[in-house]
Design a protein around this ligand. Structure first.
Ligand code: FES
Length: 132
């Protein structure tokens, strides 16, 4: 049976525009994978926290995914730049590649909830819900 599950990651107001993201984990094929959500252009977006170049986590400090301008997600290791809304790499060693995008939804305003949809119960709650 192919149920989908929506799991709450954090309150909506935990994600500032172009600011710190919230990390969480998904388990895929029995393996825990880091993931994150960020806010950009007023909407929320989520990705596996894995560079398309080499499978390393992107954030340079925990939850810091945006580069200085707040316009791009940047991999701390070798500087790949990704569009926050599409996950498309527009600069760096993996230009043209894509982050693995998650199905994210925001419910309600302000202290509403950011939820991630997965095709089954492979998701775990964030270690630190609401961390900003
Ligand atoms: S590991 Fe991310 S740019 Fe190379």
């Amino acid at each position: 049976m192919n149920d989908t599950y929506a799991v709450e990651i954090c309150p909506g107001d935990a994600l500032a525009e172009g600011g710190r993201g919230v990390r969480f984990e998904v388990t895929i094929d029995g393996r825990a994978m880091p993931a994150f959500v960020v806010r950009y252009g007023g909407a929320v977006f989520g990705y596996l926290n894995q560079c398309a170049h080499v499978p390393m986590e992107l954030d340079w400090q925990e939850g810091q995914f945006f580069e200085g301008s707040g316009l791009y997600l940047m991999c701390a290791t070798h500087g790949a730049m990704y569009e926050p809304d599409t996950g498309h790499c527009v600069g760096g060693p993996c230009r043209g590649a894509w982050l693995c995008k998650l199905d994210v939804e925001e419910r309600g305003e302000g202290a509403g909830a950011v939820v991630v949809w997965l095709p089954d119960e492979r998701i775990r709650p964030p270690a630190n819900p609401g961390a900003a």
